[in-house]
Design a protein around this ligand. Structure first.
Ligand SMILES: [Zn+2]
Length: 148
């Protein structure tokens, strides 16, 4: 369990979360909601770590990441590259061979993830076509190049 203590100038409240990311996201939301509050402090108690204190939403990565993602995927550069990837690598999943005809939803996947290799984000050679199921099954640390 991950316990969080939320403190405002005039109140204290505690809540427990099952996962660390759940607790961190809740802290982030709370800090955003209470942005205008003069005194705010969230303390996260994890099973095996020292308590961590948060006083500002900028200490957590959530907002930043989501905004960047939305921006990246709506750029003209990405849309053009995405089109070229489909043209070059065909309209089928490089992993399981599923196609739109067989009901697959196809994604253009970054073989080396954008979060770790931002310099390869717009590199055609770093892209492959994966169906939604294979893409979800692939974790961020898996960098298998499925296409030949
Ligand atoms: Zn697939």
């Amino acid at each position: 369990m991950f316990n969080v203590t939320y403190r405002l100038s005039n109140s204290t409240r505690r809540k427990a979360y099952k996962t660390e990311v759940g607790a961190l996201r809740a802290i982030w939301k709370w800090l955003v909601k209470n942005k205008s509050n003069h005194f705010k402090l969230a303390i996260l108690y994890s099973p095996s770590l020292e308590p961590r204190e948060f006083t500002d939403d900028s200490q957590l990565p959530f907002e930043q990441k989501q905004a960047n993602d939305a921006d990246f995927y709506s750029t003209q550069q990405w849309k053009e590259l995405r089109y070229r990837a489909f043209k070059q690598y065909q309209n089928k999943c490089a992993c399981c061979g599923a196609t739109p005809e067989t009901g697959a939803v196809l994604h253009v996947d970054h073989i080396k993830p954008r979060s770790k290799y931002p310099e390869l984000a717009l590199c055609l050679d770093n892209l492959q076509i994966l169906c939604e199921i294979c893409n979800i099954g692939k974790l961020n640390h898996d960098q298998t190049k499925w296409r030949t």
